[in-house]
Design a protein around this ligand. Structure first.
Ligand code: PEP
Ligand code: MG
Length: 413
């Protein structure tokens, strides 16, 4: 007998940055109630689904009462009575009700809340773990851990240009082992940086309050920590350049410490970094409309992961362009960039079918919802960008992935 959506209730809650977001509860005819909540980014690209905020004085304009009202008054009545396992039909209806390209009428934050909670309720209705409900029986691969340990870029006080300096783990025998390694490395890195530079502004991200910290030093400290922990063979480096934030459209170059650097010079710089360090992963190497230089970099560095975050915005039309232009080889998957579960799954499937790798990712404004951990396993993501393993909203995802690993290990084929 099919399980139908009976009731939906949205409310405003706070995210990990202390800013409002949307939580949605759903009750179905099987008597079960579940909840889901919506993440939010800081360095958002212009092709992402748009979030709706209230404006005015509450929460400096960032209240989500309007988005909540859109769920309770417009989206809920339209999906109540639908079969909760018919995710595509539910998402189709949400998309049609909004009717805009970037979900700007009702809000990506309102729409995603309903889409996420429907998927969770659908899994429960069938008695399946969420990752298996979304990904089927072939969803058996745990992602490798990728963790931002040093932050730079436009939103950090450190002296580094690029947004994220990441550890990229590969070749560990289990996810549990990766968690142990990344936890040890983060703690040691914090100790080393504190000894050398004193004050650290944000212990979670290791945002250093020093301006002399340069890329060479960031990389070398990270590698030396990996050696001390004894896992250097399986630890590589990654960068999220977040180049939108560096791009000067008038001068058509990227604002680096050494001056404004043209794309061609930036390519040489990336090549040089790859020669000197075990750098495996470069995300958003250029601004989101610079297909040409993305394509050049991808062909020059075929062994590296060239990753589109703002470039693709988890949008299948953007990814299709990227595939045609060979502009990258990895999709960054963030469900709130596109705004429904079905659309995110469609983009992920397109990536897979075209031999792109997938990196599932958190947003910097997270909640305690662990949905993306299940999604990462469902789509067979090569890795997951999880942030440092501190703070509840991140460790919730690490812990969820360890539970999924236990679940999968109980019957190894
Ligand atoms: C990112 O750019 O990869 C990221 C996670 O940033 P944010 O969530 O802040 O947009
Ligand atoms: Mg990014």
């Amino acid at each position: 007998m099919s399980v139908k959506i009976e009731q939906i209730y949205a409310r405003e809650i706070l995210n990990s940055r202390g800013k409002p977001t949307v939580e949605v509860e759903m009750t179905c005819t099987n008597g079960l109630t579940v909840a889901a909540s919506v993440p939010s980014g800081t360095s958002t690209g212009k092709y992402e689904a748009l979030e709706i905020y209230d404006g005015g004085s509450r929460y400096h304009g960032k209240g989500t009462r309007k988005a909540v009202e859109n769920v309770n008054q417009i989206l809920a009545p339209a999906v109540i009575g639908m079969d909760v396992t018919d995710q595509r039909k539910i998402d189709r209806r949400l998309i049609e009700l909004d009717g805009t390209k970037q979900k700007s009428r009702l809000g990506g934050n309102a729409i995603l809340g309903v889409s996420l909670v429907a998927a969770r309720a659908g899994a429960l209705a069938l008695g399946l773990p969420l990752y298996r409900y979304l990904g089927g029986l072939s969803a058996t691969r745990l992602p490798n851990v990728m963790s931002t340990v040093i932050s730079g870029g436009a939103f950090s006080p450190s002296g580094l240009e690029f947004e994220d300096y990441l550890y990229v783990l590969d070749g560990f025998s289990s996810f549990h082992d990766q968690v142990e390694a990344i936890s040890d490395m983060r703690a040691l890195l914090q100790k080393r940086c504190a000894e050398k530079y004193g004050v650290i502004a944000d212990f979670a991200n290791m945002q250093l309050l020093v301006t002399e910290f340069i890329k060479k030093e960031a990389f070398e400290t990270m590698l030396s920590v990996a050696r001390q922990v004894g896992c250097e063979k399986h630890v590589f480096l990654g960068l999220d350049v977040a180049a939108n934030e560096l791009f000067d459209a008038q001068k058509s170059c990227y604002n680096m410490k050494s001056g404004c650097m043209e794309a061609e010079r930036l390519i040489e710089y990336y090549q040089q970094l790859c020669r000197n360090y075990p750098l495996l992963y470069i995300e958003d190497a250029f601004h989101e409309d610079d297909w040409l230089h993305f394509s050049q970099l991808t062909s020059l560095l075929p062994e590296k992961q060239i990753v589109g975050d703002d470039l693709f915005a988890t949008n299948d039309e953007r990814l299709k362009m990227g595939i045609e232009k060979k502009a990258a080889n990895t999709l960054l998957l963030k469900v709130n960039q596109i705004g429904t579960v079905s659309e995110a799954l469609k983009t992920a499937a397109m990536a897979k079918n075209n031999r792109f790798e997938i990196t599932a990712s958190l947003r910097s404004g997270e909640t305690n919802d662990t949905f993306q951990a299940d999604l990462a396993v469902a789509v067979g993501a090569k890795q997951m960008k999880l942030g440092s393993p501190v703070r509840g909203e991140r460790n919730g995802k690490y812990n969820r992935l360890m539970r999924i690993e236990d679940d999968l290990m109980s019957a190894v084929i």
